[in-house]
Design a protein around this ligand. Structure first.
Ligand code: SAM
Length: 344
């Protein structure tokens, strides 16, 4: 168990409300920028990763997350890079789970590519994790290898099976990719729904240099939805998650299908999220270059007063929303950070 020096009665107690009246209650933490896959829309094949010495220790990450929880975060998602490849990461999960026990945190969850899930699923469940998101863009082994460059589909499927066997609810996330998996979306949905798992589709975003243009990857989900609607009965569901996805019920499968549409329609007005990186940088918007360093105040003193003040200053700068564009004139990254740094 990680020992922490959080001082919950310090400046960490004030709730976080941004200049547009949005209360921040959801924190996503990229605990490593490294990944065992090289998905073509996420990274270039020869990615340069941060020097390990720049990373916050797991104890520091725990303290940072705990400071946010003291300031009103109710949902915490560990992500990356691939969170399950960071050495000893389960000690962080175990330690953070104390906030579930106290009731300070409603949910501790993670987003993973599934490659290491077979090893960790039971322990995650034991730590109080109830639901996880697994990113999976195709069920075709060759296509899977082409998209992830390094991934092995069988390992991911075994990971998903292990997670379900451990009692975790699994939601599948798939990025819709032009001329790649777009034709396979009905099959992916039938498979996921057949196993009682939700599927959420995501539009590719122009985040980071990937060594190729985005225009060849991007397909608007409005188009995907229109195609699905010819084959399936899609009924809009009331928004109950507060997240960026909009959901439909699919009559024929009985399952739930989500659409995350940062390109064609953003839902920034209800954004309750901020993100921190493994170096302790706070990003209050996925689609902006804004960044506030929390590592310095974190390391400057053992109590959380300076940290709390730095968090408040950063939340005060949260932008109203983002505007991504991908077209022939805008085929460059909108934001220089890769998703693996900011945390998906
Ligand atoms: N490694 C974990 C995983 O695969 O889920 C967590 C990190 S990954 C960066 C989180 C999510 O971001 C994945 O679903 C991935 O497909 C998505 N993603 C990465 N780059 C993206 C981009 N440029 N546009 C849209 N989604 C992206």
């Amino acid at each position: 168990m990680i020992k922490t020096s959080l001082n919950p009665s310090g400046d960490g107690s004030g709730a976080m409300t941004d200049p547009f009246g949005r209360t921040i209650s959801y924190l996503r933490v990229s605990i490593t920028d490294r990944c065992d896959f090289r998905c073509v829309y996420c990274m270039s094949e020869d990615m340069t990763f941060l020097p390990r010495a720049d990373l916050l220790t797991l104890e520091e990450l725990d303290r940072l997350c705990s400071a946010f929880i003291a300031k009103g975060v109710r949902k915490l998602r560990l992500t990356g890079g691939e969170p399950l490849v960071r050495r000893n990461m389960m000690s962080l999960v175990r330690s953070l789970s104390r906030h579930l026990t106290t009731g300070a945190l409603n949910e501790l969850t993670l987003t993973t590519n599934g490659s290491q899930l077979e090893r960790f699923a039971a322990e995650l469940a034991d730590c109080g994790v109830r639901r996880i998101n697994v990113s999976l863009d195709t069920l075709d082994p060759a296509k899977f290898r082409a998209i992830t460059r390094w991934g092995d589909l069988d390992k991911v499927l075994a990971g998903i099976a292990a997670a379900r066997a451990a009692g975790l609810a699994v939601k599948i996330n798939a990025v819709a990719l032009k001329n790649s998996n777009e034709d396979e979306i009905p099959a992916l949905m039938e498979w996921a729904h057949g196993l009682g798992m939700g599927l959420t589709l995501i539009e590719v975003m122009p985040l980071g240099e990937i060594g190729e243009g985005r225009i060849d990857q991007y397909v608007p989900l409005s188009l995907v939805r229109a195609r699905l609607a010819k084959q399936y009965t899609l009924t809009d569901l009331a928004d109950d998650t507060g997240g960026p996805a909009r959901y439909v019920a699919v009559g024929e499968t009985g399952g739930k299908l989500g659409f995350i549409t940062p390109m064609t329609h953003n839902f920034c007005e209800s954004c309750n999220r901020v993100r921190i990186t493994c170096t302790g940088t706070l990003h209050t918007c996925l689609g902006h270059e804004d960044a506030s360093d929390l590592r310095k105040p974190l390391r400057a003193s053992a109590d959380d007063q300076l940290l709390g003040e730095a968090i408040d200053r950063a939340i005060g700068l949260k932008p109203k929303g983002h505007d991504f564009i991908i077209d022939r004139r805008h085929d460059r990254p909108s934001v220089s950070r890769h998703m693996s740094v900011t945390g998906g």
